[in-house]
Every structure is written in C-alpha cells, then in structure tokens.
Design a protein around this ligand. Structure first.
Ligand SMILES: *Cc1c(COP(=O)(O)O)cnc(C)c1O
Length: 433
C-alpha cells in the first residue's frame, strides 16, 4: 500500500489513543511505520528513527529480537491459544516458575492477564477480597500517591492522581485517597509521616497502598528516593495494609535493577507487570502475589477470585515472556545497561546548561527535563522539541512540557549518543524560537 492510501484510510476509520482527532484529521501528518529492528523504526518513505521512548515504554529489548521472534514462531506452530480455566500448558506453568524466581523474595503466585491496566484491576480486586475473605470487608479503600498513574480502566483510573488524565470520565470513577510523594531525600520524613497518619487513622478501612516504585512515569518521570519505599513498606506492615507495587513501567530494568522495588530491598505483597514483560511483542500482563495473599483465597468457590480474561496466560505471550527472561539473563541485559544509564545521566546534566531547562533528572534508562516552571500535560513546549527531534531521526513522545527518553535497554552506545545529541540540539533550538 502507498503511504497516502494508508493515511487516507486511517483518517477515515481509525480513532487514535490520547489524540485530539479533529486536529489530527485536519492537519495531522502521522508517521507510517513499516518495519522495525533493534532500536530503530523505519517508515514508508524509507526514513529511519531511533525509538527513544521504546514505543510507549514496552520495547525494552528493542524490536524484532531474533530470539523472541523464534520463540513466538515456534509457539504459534504448536498452540496459539487455549483458556486457562481448568486447563494449563507448558508456557504458562514454566513462566510462572521463572517469573516468581525473578521477582523479589516472597512473591510466589502469578495471575495472568493481558495489559497493564488489567493487571492493576486484578490487584484491586485481589486486595479487597483478601480482606473480605478474612472477615474484614470494611477494608475497601485504596491509597495512591499524588500524581500516580496506574492505567486506564475504571478501577485503575480511580487510583490516578493526575486530574487532566481523568477529567473526561471523572464522574464514572470511584476515587481513592492520595498521599504526597517526596521528590528528594529531604522530603522523605514528612511524606512518610503523612502516610503514617492516614494509615493509622483509617486502618480499618484501607485495603492497600498502590505505588509505582521509584518513578512516576505518566506524571512526567517524577523520580523519588528508595528510602520512601522502605518507609512505605514498614508502615504498611505496621498498619495491616497491603503494598501493591505497580512495576509495569519500572520493572524489567527500566530503573536500573530488575524491579523498582529492588533498589530499596523491599518486597511487595502484590505486584503488577506488563510492558517489558513480553518485550513489546504481545499484549501480556500478570499480577503476582505472596503465598499469604494467595492462601486467603483457599476454600470454596465463594472465596475464589472470580476474575479472568479470554486471553489469560496466552501461550504465545507466555512463550515470548519466557524467552524475554532468558535473554535478560543470558545477554546480561541489566549489566549491559548500567554504563548506558551513566551516559543518560551525563547527557541530561549537559541539557541543564541550556537556559530555561528545569529539573534535569535520570534514573536507570530514563532521563527527563521540564520545559516549564509548572509542567502540564496540556503544555506545548515538549511537542516543539519532539518535532525537531523527529526531523533529525529521533522519535520522542513528550508528556506535555516534560521531555524524556526511555530507550530500549539494548540500544547501542552510538545510537544513545545520537539520541542525546539530537535532544540537546532540539531543546536548544526549540527554546530559541
Ligand atoms: C502503562 C502503565 C499502566 C497501564 O498499562 P496498559 O498496558 O497501558 O494498560 C499501568 N501502570 C503503569 C505504571 C504504567 O506505566
């Protein structure tokens, strides 16, 4: 198909996510991606772009990793799908074992689903019913951090701390309690005190605390200290509240270690994984739990978790997710990424020299800056930078006034240097306009 035919059909039929469609149809000039390899995307005009955001944070191993393609192909020839209700298969069983081994200590059980929001939805039900099954049905409130993002289904939206994200459907959403996030070490004590007060006051009503360990992605890459995670873990224990770690973005080495929780040496009671879970190849997610959480669901069907999706534990996704874990181990993905993380840190320190650039920050394979005093998702400065970067072959998607990179962990050093150089140029140029 020719490029203009694809765009014509697209503008006639496709409703894009997070997109003002009138403007898109009137003047949008979408990239038409034809293929991808490693950290690069190739479009219908033969142009090549470095995928600096890992295609919405999923492609942690880049695109088309030969081992993942081979695992997918092998599995497709054998068994593409069967339900997981009263049925099992090798990929689901083996992945469960490998995932629990890779997870923080204490995580022992895996509930499969097929996208990040759904993994969070399962965690909400699991946490609530955990208490109900122990005759404490009053524990039905949830706490999340200010500026939290946990996905887009209605339950997950209820945890969201970013008003602009939920304004269109706020009336449908059951709200939750929010606590402040410490953005530096100095703020940790006050934030932990606030959490302590809330959990103490409402311990009979609160089921769980949800958090994105170490970095609030959707909020604009807000990084917070590991110390807060340790405090939160201790407070949840003291007040009988479950700790749910949403590792959907932070996991799989995005923040440095395998899990965001690892940097604090803590284990959650429930943990959500997706995105890097299947290396960006298939929709796949899981909600993991400790044996204690799992055991609360023993007994008759009235105590069981009555939840499940058509594609739970899909064999294709599971086969790819197994191969992802093997590639992480055998290609030493985390070890290889460490010096790249240092390059990102250095590159973002350099960016800070450009006047008007605020709050340069980095953590693992993430770097971000703000281009406004009070950054907003509806701000336009980031888009000016992204447009320039795209002209120079680097694909970014800003969060309003926040510009960030979150490239594949496997990106080559030369590609990463190119991303950083282009970004510096684009920020300086956009600022001069
Ligand atoms: C992306 C994301 C989600 C939602 O995952 P989807 O697959 O987009 O539904 C939830 N939590 C966090 C922290 C995320 O980054």
């Amino acid at each position: 198909m020719r490029r203009e035919d694809i765009v014509g059909l697209d503008k006639r039929r496709v409703w894009h996510p997070w997109t003002a469609m009138q403007q898109y149809i009137d003047s949008g000039d979408p990239l038409v991606i034809e293929r991808a390899e490693g950290a690069r995307l190739y479009d219908a005009d033969g142009r090549c772009f470095i995928d600096a955001g890992s295609s919405w944070w999923v492609a942690t191993l880049g695109h088309g990793h030969p081992r993942l393609v081979a695992a997918l192909t092998r599995q497709a020839e054998r068994l593409a799908h069967t339900s997981l209700a009263g049925v099992t298969h090798a990929p689901a069983a083996l992945l469960g074992e490998m995932l629990c081994e890779a997870a923080p200590p204490g995580i022992a059980r895996v509930f499969y689903s097929d996208n990040g929001s759904t993994a969070v939805e399962v965690a909400l039900k699991m946490a609530h019913q955990f208490w109900r099954n122990q005759d404490r049905p009053g524990k039905r409130l949830f706490v999340s951090l200010e500026q939290a993002f946990h996905g887009e289904t209605l339950g997950a939206s209820g945890l969201c701390g970013i008003a602009s994200f939920t304004q269109g459907h706020a009336a449908l959403v059951r709200d939750c309690l929010h606590v402040p996030v410490p953005l530096d070490e100095a703020g940790c004590a006050a934030a932990a005190d606030a959490l302590d007060r809330l959990l103490a006051e409402r311990r009979d009503e609160i089921a769980a605390l949800f958090l994105e360990p170490r970095v609030q992605g959707g909020a604009g890459m807000r990084i917070f200290p590991a110390e807060y995670l340790r405090r939160a873990r201790a407070l949840c224990d003291a007040h009988e509240v479950l700790l749910v770690a949403d590792e959907i973005f932070a996991g799989y080495g995005r923040t440095g270690p395998m899990w965001g929780c690892d940097s604090a040496g803590i284990s959650p009671d429930i943990m959500c994984v997706s995105k890097g879970f299947s290396g960006g190849m298939l929709p796949m997610a899981a909600t993991l739990a400790t044996e204690r959480v799992f055991a609360a669901f023993f007994g008759g069907i009235d105590r069981a978790l009555l939840h499940g999706h058509s594609y739970c534990g899909n064999p294709l996704g599971a086969a790819v997710a197994i191969e992802v874990l093997r590639v992480y181990r055998e290609e030493q993905i985390l070890e290889q990424a460490a010096p790249k993380a240092a390059r990102i840190a250095e590159g973002f320190r350099r960016l800070a020299r450009i006047p008007g650039v605020r709050r340069p920050r980095s953590l693992g394979m993430i770097g971000a800056v703000d281009l406004a005093r009070t950054p907003s998702y509806f701000g336009a400065t980031g888009w000016r930078v992204a447009e320039r970067a795209q002209q120079r072959g680097v694909l970014l998607r800003p969060l309003g006034d926040t510009v960030y990179i979150a490239p594949p962990l496997s990106i080559a050093d030369a590609e990463l240097d190119e991303v950083l150089a282009v970004l510096e140029e684009a920020v300086a140029a956009a600022w001069g306009e």
